[in-house]
Design a protein around this ligand. Sequence first.
Ligand code: AMP
Length: 397
Amino acid sequence: MSSFKDFSFVGKKALIRVDFNVPLNDAFEITDDNRMRATIPTITKILKDGGSVILMSHLGRPKDGPTEKYSLKHIVAHLFKLLGVEVQFANDCIGAEAIDKAAALQAGQVLLLENLRFYKEEEKGDIAFAEKLSKLGDVYVNDAFGTAHRAHASTAIIAQFFAPANRTFGLVMEGEVLSAEKVMHAAQKPFVAIIGGAKVSDKILIIENLLARATDIIIGGGMAYTFFKAQGGKIGKSIHEDDRMPLALEILAKAKVKGVNIHLPVDNVVADDFSNTANTQTCASGEIPDGWEGLDVGEKSREQFAKVILASKTILWNGPMGVFEMENFQAGTKAIALAVAEATQNGAFSLVGGGDSVSAVNQFGFNDKVSYVSTGGGAMLEYFEGKTLPGIAAIKG
Ligand code: AMP
């Protein structure tokens, strides 16, 4: 597959699936435009090549067809500001207006189609709907990694209507795929996976898949308490899942057989209430008194985890080490961010993926100190669970 940069769009109408699913306030102002900003280089490259651009996206979750609240017309003015190029708008993503406006597009011009999810056919992956969309462009570009795990009409099904030479990833998608593949299929060892977050149940598949690939797995956050309870430890009122305890023991046993080092916290910052103003103390793992709950990893754990991270050449991080949203319980997650940044500076490849660890690195200002920050929460998670993502498979063919 040739890279996006080598693709020439001269004289072509590029139909780009973008992720413009941005949050809007009640006055229809965009409150976070990161997803729009991310895809600007893809659009600009096509326009500079001498092509024209037709953008398609979903916005929100409209239930019953066209809804004012979910109209993509609200983002036209901001897109114009980001691109510096006038943006035409079609009030429907298929039908006469879209066909006419797409046909009339000249090199350097941009057309945005109305919300794809005004049609139920989009999420159903309807072939006839995908074919109608495909007629609007000569080349299909997928730059929406956030929806790559969905087999929707515009994210996957549509690709079959373009020859392999006429379909490609955009820059966002290409960056995501290359960095994910680097970790999953070409990781330099030692490879440490840092898995945190609230629940074991959300991360089981990813841990199981990583058991076949990682050298070390650090398990922190709320999910660690299911492991401690399963081992007979005292966890007070810490978050845990009783029904997942057998699985936690199974993971530990499997890791032993496979020679993967599992690192659980040795100490914890515990609180007498789920609140930033709660009383706190540090307790050894498995020795948390009744009425107290673990809300962060302790200092000894931070030091041990940092040592493992600094000795690694490949780092994957998904999920915080504690309730980092509260200032008094963010030291563990911050320590991980610091260690990952230092390891990266020393030459390791680091990928941070999954909603909350991404918010954490952004919040702590470490986003440009790691090798790659993934924008696709669910998609990245499914990729590391070992699933084939329809959006990637459809382009690769
Ligand atoms: P996830 O989306 O599964 O990565 O989980 C992220 C959430 O887990 C964040 O909102 C954290 O506040 C929460 N979390 C992390 N550690 C704990 C803990 N020890 N107790 C309760 N919630 C936690």
